[in-house]
Design a protein around this ligand. Sequence first.
Ligand code: URA
Length: 272
Amino acid sequence: MDSRLREDISAWLEFFRDLGIEEFYRREPGLQIESGKSKLETGKDSKNLVGGATTLTVPDPQTPSPESRITRAQPLSLFEAPAPPRPEREALEEIRQDLGDCQRCRLARGRKTIVFGQGNPHAELVFVGEGPGADEDEQGLPFVGRAGQLLNRMIQFVGMKREEVYICNIVKCRPPGNRTPEKDEVDACSPFLFRQIEAISPRLICCLGAPAMKTLLGIKEGITRVRGQFFDYAGTKAFVAYHPAYILRNPREEKILREDFERIREFLKSHR
Ligand code: URA
């Protein structure tokens, strides 16, 4: 098939796919359409594609002609067509329900509350931290302590409100003494994080700190070398930044955090 024809066909297929029409049939070369009935509508392999009114055919690659692409049985009524089944995205509530009163790892013993996540379920930007601290454990919400206040400022810096983004952690229960979560704890909890990200389907994920970077991107290098860069997480862009708690301990690094969030701001602006 010549490449222009291929492009042409693929443009038509995309167009119809945008209208929700997923199935196409190739009309046999030379098939005559009589009084609004095609063989596809009457024959034994007949399949009504768009609610009974219209049959769509793709051109025969050997004998393309613009008219052969749509055969009208009656006036075109694509918008009356029942929507084809689409895979539903899982809701965050379902994931929360599955998590239940989680006892999958030892962190369950020391926690007061499960800190599932907070924010817009359709957020463009998702922040992933490490794990709840004392304030988060108390309130059941992520990043509400001092690190959270700095994160709030950075969110404003990129021109957004906290309610517009989604914030969560790689583990949902507070590690004792705020230690870094251990591998088996992350292994037990991260499937819920992966499902949350898939459910939200953001434009950008921001990994806050090395544990989030390792969990989502599998990067083992030091964060100092990797921060400020974009990576791919299952087809979604993922950015690595320092954890706000690190900046609170090393205030001189705040300039770097701002530079990194400037990159986030630019990314969001150019991907609107
Ligand atoms: N640090 C984190 O990594 N997550 C929180 O929710 C709070 C502090």
